[in-house]
Ligand binder design. Structure first.
Ligand SMILES: Cc1cc2nc3c(=O)[nH]c(=O)nc-3n(C[C@H](O)[C@H](O)[C@H](O)COP(=O)(O)O)c2cc1C
Length: 193
């Protein structure tokens, strides 16, 4: 039901992303694909990843923010897995594929080194964090997915253990709430198809 695409090049050194992942793993109906562990040579199994996306109703992109974007492996995953004729494209009349992800939901979950002060017009990043969201949002929406409001952990290096634990609980609740609202709809759609 929920597929977490997790990309962290050094998971054993991760604090923020690790805490969120552990919280999510306590829920039922959650599958995790940790890209750096599955594909240490970057040789992504495209068919397997597309099949996992087809089974999921909600896809979560979970990773540390690198250069206002995704770690290299996740970008490679987008390039290979969200393929023309499968995730987007096709003919003008709507036929010819490219609709595999239509109607599914997408939630972006980045952790950032910058705190909320850093992501303000007078902070080091000069812009509100909302200004860095659009490329991710459009990646999902271009594939016909419903974009959910992102869940970000800012100040990943300075956030206290207690605050991080509260954030992880909030992330778990966010997923649980999504399951409560959408599980029945997606299960009945699956039965009908
Ligand atoms: C190569 C690299 C690029 C980074 N770029 C950004 C950035 O653009 N904005 C930001 O706020 N933090 C940036 N950071 C900080 C990471 O987002 C931060 O270390 C991470 O969110 C911490 O999460 P973790 O505990 O799961 O590793 C960068 C870190 C690295 C190593």
């Amino acid at each position: 039901m929920i597929l977490i695409i997790h990309a962290h090049p050094y998971p054993s050194r991760s604090r923020a992303t690790h805490a969120l992942l552990q919280a999510a793993l306590t829920l039922p109906d959650v599958t995790v694909h940790s890209l750096y562990e599955r594909y240490p040579d970057f040789d992504i199994d495209i068919a397997a990843e597309q099949a996992a996306l087809s089974r999921a109703a909600l896809t979560v992109w979970l990773h540390p923010l690198y250069w206002y974007s995704v770690p290299g492996m996740m970008k490679h995953y987008f390039d290979k897995v969200l393929a023309l004729g499968w995730a987007y494209g096709g003919k003008n009349d709507g036929s010819g594929g490219g609709r595999a992800l239509h109607g599914k939901h997408c939630l972006w979950v980045p952790s950032t080194g910058g705190d909320s002060e850093a992501y303000s017009t007078h902070g080091i990043h000069e812009h509100e964090f909302a200004n860095f969201v659009k490329p991710m949002e459009m990646t999902a929406r271009f594939c016909g997915m419903f974009w959910q409001p992102p869940f970000a952990v800012h100040g990943a290096h300075v956030i206290s253990d207690d605050e991080l634990s509260t954030k992880a609980d909030a992330f778990k609740s966010r997923l649980q709430d999504w399951l409560n609202v959408h599980r029945a709809t997606f299960v009945s759609l699956e039965k009908a198809s």
